[in-house]
Structures are given as C-alpha cells and as structure tokens.
Design a protein around this ligand. Structure first.
Ligand code: CIR
Length: 253
C-alpha cells in the first residue's frame, strides 16, 4: 500500500506566495474541507496517509511536494526557491526520516519539488524561478548511482514544471504546450490541455487512476474520452494559491 505524505492547511494560507496569479481571498474553512476530501480520495485510491506536523506559521506548508523528492532508494530534501518556504523542509524531513535515507539540496542551489517530474528512471527538472541548474547538478550526483538520468527543462509562463506537464498513464503525459515544449516528451503519448484551461495540466496519477480538479471540466472531458479514469476533487482554494493536485501530497511505497 503506497504512503501519501500530506500536511494540514495553514490558517495563513491566504498570505501564500504568488508568482503568476493575482491574489484572491482564500476561504480557509473551505480549503480545510477540500483538503480532507482530497485525503479521502487518496485513501480510496489505496494510500495510507502520513502527515507532516502542522506548520501554521508557513502559509504554503500544505504544498509538501515542494520540500522533497522521494524515490524507491532515497529521499532528497529540497531547498525551496522562495525564502518564505525554506523553513517548511524541517517537518517534511522529520516525517520522511523513518522511511528513507535523506540527502539535502544545498544553498546556493534552489529546488521546488513541483519542478520535478519522474517517469521510470528519467527525472526532468524545470528550470523555473524556483529551481536552478546547481540543484540539477547536485541531484544528478545523488541519484546517478541508482541509474537515474536527470535533465533540465525550460518552463515559461507558469510556476513549476508540473504546472505544465504531469504523468497520467504508464506512457502518457498531460501537457500545456504554451508552457513547456512538447518535443521533450515525444517518446510518450501526449494529451494537451483544453485551450480554455491553461492551468489544467496538473494531475495526480495513483494506481492507474488520476486525481483531477473539477475546476477544469473541458480538459476532464477530453481525458475521459481518451479513456483516462478520473477521480475528481474540488480544488478551488489550492488553485487560488497557485497550487494543484500533485502539490498537496507525496506518494511513495
Ligand atoms: C508557492 O508559490 O510556492 C505556492 N503558493 C504554491 C506552490 C504550489 N506547489 C506546487 O505546484 N508544487
């Protein structure tokens, strides 16, 4: 049974970092309900939830994905690109310590987990405002002995690589071609987001099913028509904070 690492909603989530989005009010009570429903979805998909300790002073702490990368062999604790987010790593490292040997990305390298897309033994890392080449070099040194190949990817117009592309099937990705070059993923089957829904590329694959926000119905319809089995969740408050469905958990065996 896979584990899903999550972290509670901070009461300060409305003060979150924003890069490409305008600030909108966030309903904290609704965000908590949506997060509880998201955790229920993960349980229904066969995950056992483990929680990092609440970090109420850190507005973005719900977004555990950005603090780590967990592989079968090890975990990497990132150095998040936004200064306000750097203290989040301590609680995530403590939660992962019983499960994996930990390696750390060190200053001046910066890395957000939202920039890391792993498919089999290939790791793509977004070169975004949150992640830099030095982090890629450090990561490569850590994972190369285990047979992983690491490649940097340019992303434009969005926060993270996984805002632009995520895995939705064994050999399939969901991608917004305006934010990342589709040619990078030409070995895989590509489904493009609906043109009216540029933010719809972030989906979470678990056990051959895909957790996907109800907030992007046109892309959801395209996916269903392509035979992708969706597990829909309401994610409106996380989306206002420039997050998506992958950001709020880390799934590992
Ligand atoms: C941030 O700007 O860091 C947060 N407001 C959103 C982080 C979303 N994380 C993710 O996509 N992995």
């Amino acid at each position: 049974m896979p584990y899903a690492l999550t972290r509670p909603v901070s009461p300060k989530m409305a003060e979150c970092e924003l890069t490409h989005f305008d600030r909108q009010p966030i309903n904290i009570a609704l965000a908590k309900k949506q997060h509880a429903d998201y955790e229920k979805a993960l349980k229904n998909l066969g995950c056992q939830i483990i929680s990092a300790p609440a970090a109420p002073d850190f507005p973005d702490s719900i977004f555990v994905e950005d603090c780590c990368l967990v592989l079968d062999e090890l975990a990497i604790i990132t150095n998040p690109g936004a200064d306000s987010r750097k203290p989040e790593i301590e609680g995530v490292a403590n939660a992962l310590r019983p499960h994996r040997g930990l390696h750390f990305i060190k200053h001046p390298a910066i890395l957000d987990g939202g920039d890391i897309l792993v498919i089999d033994k290939k790791i793509w890392v977004g070169l975004s405002s949150r992640s830099n080449q030095m982090a890629i070099d450090q990561m490569r040194e850590i994972v190369a002995p285990f047979g992983y190949e690491v490649a940097g990817v340019e992303v434009t117009g969005c926060l993270h690589l996984k805002s632009a592309v995520t895995q939705i099937g064994e050999n399939t990705v969901l991608l917004n071609p305006d934010w990342v070059s589709a040619s990078i993923f030409s070995d895989l089957k590509i489904i493009e987001t609906h043109p009216d829904e540029p933010g719809a590329a972030n989906a979470l694959l678990i056990n051959e099913r895909v957790v996907f926000p109800v907030d992007f119905p046109k892309t959801a319809l395209q996916l269903t028509e392509a035979g992708v089995e969706l597990f829909l969740v309401d994610n409106s408050e996380v989306i206002k904070a420039e997050g998506g469905v992958t950001c709020c958990s880390v799934i590992f065996n």
